[in-house]
Design a protein around this ligand. Structure first.
Ligand code: GUN
Ligand code: ZN
Length: 435
């Protein structure tokens, strides 16, 4: 490793090596910390007093005094084509899909349009401190090429896939079981592990796939076991009733996916609200993960995720925006709503846990621990600089904090893109807030 590539960042450091819900010593906090990066990877993270003596003379030192450096946020469920239709009103999921989502997604057969939206979307993620996302494209292969081309230019660690959808949707968005499998396989070969790109097999949700399409999606998931898989499950009660009528022989909604071999590590299920105990246990034992989307669930009136039952079952949990069903790209705003959802279910989410879920917890849910989500030596240097004084209100509240928990809680409840002073990906600065 050349010392020329060494960079050091001084600030308070926060990251995790375990889940704070189950381990009282899960986090590392260095009030006066130093993060050392070399060749786009973390070399060391610790106390400034200990580590600065190890730096070769002349190493550039970036001083972010008064700020907090954490791993970049990970949003495990988001639709880039829906960026332009965020905040579109409709009485619930199914009318919202019909009225806004499908007409918006129609435009993504145009590579130029797809590319322009992908650029806007990535700007927005980075402004909010999100360095990795699991992204739904549209049914058009062009929309995937446009997305990965945009993220490759910025060298971002992104997961994405072509939506598979061969029934119960407008003709203009319908593929066929065969064409969707063929396109998906070609896209896997083109993009999976190209640079930092990773592919996700993406059947939209059970109602818009025939049994044949789900069968082929499951076969692809077996043929390419290190790809990701993403879909929606048990989001809305009308949707659940619809699935019951379409798949009368399945015990439950998640069981539909299970019967096609789609429960496995690296499978990310959006929402997971209307699950029963058997569903939760099955997700845990197959290491399938939940992407919890509180701003979307509140906005669409879908329901309240049960964190306590999910924890009791040992499910892998992560937080996600679900834009455009979600109402913010900010994972801080997502924590804000997650906290309230937990309260409405009678449980409690400490801020430390929410920061874990948005970083190392998500990396674990994606089977990417050691690659992203922490400052373990050798991890990719995707990190953000949070500003506790970003707004007058944040400054006033955080000045009076009495603990780390209070500091993080104020950032989660009062923060948004304004609280992200800078974002780094693979050791390069990819966003600097205008001050
Ligand atoms: N279920 C199927 N498609 C979608 C979508 O685009 N957004 C949400 N929130 N739920 C879905
Ligand atoms: Zn979604």
């Amino acid at each position: 490793m050349s010392t020329a590539s060494l960079q050091a960042y001084r600030a308070s450091l926060l990251h995790f090596h375990a889940d704070p819900a189950f381990d009282a010593h899960a986090h590392d906090w260095h009030e006066d910390g130093l993060l050392i990066v070399a060749d786009g990877k973390v070399r060391a993270a610790g106390d400034y007093a200990t580590l600065h003596a190890t730096l070769p003379a002349g190493t550039p030192l970036h001083d972010y005094g008064g700020h907090i450096i954490t791993p970049g946020f990970i949003d495990t469920h988001v639709h880039y084509p829906q960026s332009d239709m965020i905040a579109s009103p409709a009485p619930g999921l199914l009318p919202w899909l019909e009225r806004y989502t499908f007409p918006t997604e129609r435009q993504f057969d145009d590579p130029e349009h797809a590319g322009a939206v992908a650029e806007f979307f990535l700007d927005e993620l980075l402004r909010c401190g999100t360095t990795t996302a699991m992204v739904y494209c549209t049914v058009h292969a062009e929309s995937v090429d446009a997305f990965f081309a945009a993220s490759e230019k910025r060298d971002l660690r992104m997961v994405a896939g072509k939506v598979m959808m061969d029934r119960n949707c407008p003709d203009f968005l319908r593929d066929t079981a065969e064409s969707s499998a063929r396109d998906t396989e070609a896209l896997i070969q083109r993009w999976h592990h190209r640079g930092r790109a990773l592919y996700a097999i993406t059947p939209r949700f059970a109602p818009t796939s025939t049994e044949e399409q789900l069968q082929l999606a499951g076969e692809l998931a077996r043929a390419y076991p290190d790809t990701f898989l993403q879909t929606h499950v048990s989001e809305n009660e009308d949707e659940c009733r619809w699935v019951k009528s379409l798949f009368p022989n399945s015990r439950s909604y998640i069981d539909v996916y299970d019967s096609y071999g789609m429960l496995r590590p690296r499978a990310m299920y959006g929402h997971c609200i209307w699950l029963d105990e058997r569903d939760r246990r099955r997700m845990a034992e197959t290491r399938s993960a939940a992407a919890v989307c509180p701003t979307s669930n509140l906005f669409l009136g879908s329901g309240l995720f049960d964190f306590e039952r999910a924890d009791d079952a040992g499910m892998l949990l992560s937080l996600a925006t679900d834009v455009g069903g979600g109402t913010s790209f900010s994972m801080l705003q997502t924590m804000n709503e997650a906290y309230k959802v937990a309260r409405l279910k009678g449980s409690y989410l400490p801020a430390l846990r929410m920061f874990y879920m948005a970083t190392l917890g998500a990396a674990r849910a994606m089977q990417l621990e050691g690659t992203i989500g922490s400052f373990a030596a050798g991890a990719e240097a995707d990190f953000i600089v949070l500003d506790p004084q970003a707004t007058p209100l944040l400054a006033r509240r955080t000045a009076r904090r009495e603990s780390l928990e209070e500091l993080l809680f104020a950032l989660a409840l009062l923060g948004d893109d304004r609280a992200v002073a800078a974002t780094y990906s693979a050791g390069r600065r990819v966003h600097l807030r205008e001050s």
